[in-house]
Write a protein that binds this ligand. Sequence first.
Ligand code: DI6
Ligand code: FE
Length: 406
Amino acid sequence: MKADLLIHNVRIATMERGRYGLINRGAIAISGSHITWVGEVAALPRVDARKTIPGRGQLVTPGLIDCHTHLVYGGNRIDEFEQRMGGATYEEIAERGGGILSTVRSTRRGSPEALAAQARPRMRALLSEGVTTVEIKTGYGLELEAEVRMLEAMAMLAEDHPVDIFRTFLAAHAIPPEYRKRPDEYVDLIIDTMLPHVAELPPELRPDAVDAYCEEIAFSIKQTRRIFEAAREHGFPLKIHAEQLSNLGGTALAARMGALSAAHLEYLDALDIPAMMRAGTVAVLLPCALYYLRETRRPPVDLLRRRAVPMAVATDANPGTSPCFSLLTAMNMACVLLGLTPEEALAGVTIHAARALGRADRIGSIETGKQADLVLWDVDTPAELSYYLGYVPKHSVVRRGVALTP
Ligand code: DI6
Ligand code: FE
């Protein structure tokens, strides 16, 4: 057997089917950007490898996937953090014109270059923890040109970082100030102008999915359904933010329309779950947002687990409710605050995160035929990845079959 890269003598958490799937003394052969063989060293056929990484028993996991972020935005909201810690509520700040709309003002002012430049340190923070795929949403432009500039900033980030970026179009994030009194007209704008335009963008800019924030303070069920119907006609996979502050039924709607994922879910109801099961819709848990908002309500993890709904874990990195750029922190919080096991947390940032992006056929587990995105960790057991807070175990990354120099 020929290989471009052979990784030898490592422990492998394959993460197939959401389990560790440990191979205690394993090897991985890679040709080009893909895995061509994985298994016990004892069963390894004779390999003629151009390059070998002689392992020392490190733990190899799939490259981590942050499947829900708002990494591209202008400005920051540190002043609001200070106000909130002094007692102001998120709603009060929003009423004063702060909140999402404050980020919209600073994002609209930014060129794609400026937006990419501001996002770079945040991207580096994510990548420094073994992340190899990042989803990023638009939604701080809320007008066609500014939304497209956000997509352009994402394309720039993809060019100068070793990462696969999944672009999600979230024009339905908030009602822009100029449409405050006529929200349905903004929905018309999304449907009649924005979606047809972004659907025709070249492949490096075209969104990979369409998302909507279905909530009392954002888009109603009816508005969300209209946007999703139009998005589907353009062939976009669907994602939703729902059941964060109340139960409007957005998750069930999205699942019935075949959505890839539904995020937040603190107010998810048992009755919403069968639709998710039928559609294979992934529940995306965002513990850092819940932490920052001091939300005491928890997503119904036990129910989701019992009904075998795949659970992903993500940072929700954004300037308002989750200025967190550490996926390992999100894993820890998923365990401590939400009750996931470390195995579920790791599945939540690998195979189930891949599924939330519709890419489980390509990434998220260590299997023959998958993209060779791997992290070699100096840890004893996979649970260790969820164990620390503010400490990143030493590791190295192989992305698309290429060993990255740290
Ligand atoms: N989910 C969130 O938690 C936020 N948006 C969303 O869709 C908050 C975004 C912000 O405050 O900037
Ligand atoms: Fe979000």
